[in-house]
Design a protein around this ligand. Structure first.
Ligand code: FEO
Length: 386
């Protein structure tokens, strides 16, 4: 437990037991499930934590309460990493009410078989307020950031924005690591598809006077908030964050890797500020996805495989297009000994993607890299460096 302001306490937990967050994302430094209490005439708790940490969370809560009883549990997000302990909370504090919106209460019924909340709900609308005494809370709906029921809570007294999953990151709070890298991987993995919705909530947030952001994952943000808000604006508008080229490749016997490597070396010789060289079979897929969104230029190099493309490349491109990949330059390197078709298939996978600038040069390797491929790669490097 620690104080964020005089009246707001952190009561979340660190999870170092988890291997895959949401059953999908590798989290080598664990995960934090944040939860907060606002102590006032009325006491409000904001969100619970993952099911495995219910007892520890209740202990943290009890310490913060110092013998008092909470009046409200505000449910900002129903994904179980935050909502799993709602029933446990209601059993322990039967006089408390749950604050949520219509969608929240529908989801509570879906997740908690037979739960009876009769007379224990406070249903709020977008923009509605709840007074705790000296703290005035306003609920700001943030649909699809990252589920439809999500709402942020703004405390105008302490100028704190409780931002649900937004501004969260992978990693437990005791992990010593850079914010942006794991926040970017989290953002594009989990919320990346919903850039429009994040833009909408950023517009709403810009009207608020915010001193502190309290997300449901990752550290509480207390300084230099423009840095985080600017990054969120770039990410959610599918803007280019850093100059450079990502070369994402798969290679069966090393020939496609060789072609990709020649391109990397040429780009570096020509002064490209950054080249990310990524083996999709071995790199963490979410890390590869965040790099594709970080830089403005992407080269995809893969083999023709089962009259399709190599599986890791197929997975990677699907991850990008599902997340509305757009506003980027893409170049293609294909390999196929007898019927190369990878470039055509890769290009087809971006059919619905907006504002893709295709390089004029496509490199076709037939098995091993030949002299003519070197010329093609040179032409590709020239186009990329322009
Ligand atoms: Fe942290 Fe969408 O749950």
């Amino acid at each position: 437990m620690r104080n964020i302001t005089n009246d707001i306490c952190y009561i979340g937990v660190n999870d170092h037991e988890i291997d895959l967050f949401e059953g999908l994302y590798d989290v080598p430094n664990g995960m934090a499930y944040n939860s907060y209490v606002i102590m006032d005439e009325k006491i409000a708790v904001l969100d619970t934590v993952d099911a495995n940490f219910g007892d520890q969370w209740i202990e943290n809560l009890e310490e913060a309460l110092a013998g008092k009883t909470p009046d409200y549990l505000i449910v900002q997000h129903m994904e179980p990493d935050h909502s799993a302990n709602i029933a446990k909370f209601m059993e322990k504090y039967p006089s408390a009410s749950i604050v949520g919106n219509t969608k929240t209460f529908n989801m509570i019924k879906l997740f908690f078989n037979g739960i009876d909340l009769t007379g224990k709900t406070v249903e709020v609308k977008d923009g509605e307020s709840l007074s705790l005494g000296s703290h005035e809370l306003t609920f700001v709906f943030a649909p699809m950031v990252h589920w439809p029921e999500v709402m942020f809570t703004y405390d105008s007294t302490d100028k704190v924005l409780f931002s649900a999953d937004a501004f969260g990151k992978f990693g437990a709070l005791d992990a010593d690591e850079d914010w942006a890298c794991e926040a970017r991987r989290y953002y594009f993995g989990i919320v990346g598809k919903y850039g429009v919705q994040v833009q909408n909530i950023l517009k709403k947030a810009s009207a608020l006077d915010i001193s502190i952001i309290c997300p449901l994952h990752g550290p509480v943000l207390t300084e230099n908030l423009d840095y985080y808000l600017d990054l969120y604006n770039t990410w959610s508008s599918y803007g280019i964050e850093s100059q450079g080229v990502m070369i994402a490749y798969t290679s069966v016997y090393g020939n496609t890797k060789k072609a990709a490597g020649i391109l990397r070396d040429k780009l570096l010789e020509k002064g490209c500020p950054k080249v990310v060289f990524c083996d999709l079979a071995r790199e963490d897929m979410a890390e590869a996805v965040e790099d594709a969104f970080r830089y403005g230029k992407l080269v995809l190099a893969t083999t023709t495989y089962n009259a399709d493309i190599f599986p890791f490349m197929k997975h990677f491109i699907s991850d990008l297009t599902e997340r509305n990949y757009q506003n980027r330059t893409i170049g293609l390197i294909e390999n196929g000994a007898w019927a190369p078709m990878a470039a055509k298939i890769m290009k087809g996978m971006f059919e619905k993607s907006k504002n893709i600038n295709w390089l004029n040069t496509t490199v076709t390797v037939k098995a091993g890299v030949k002299d003519e491929n070197i010329s093609q790669i040179e032409a590709m490097a020239e186009e990329l460096i322009k």
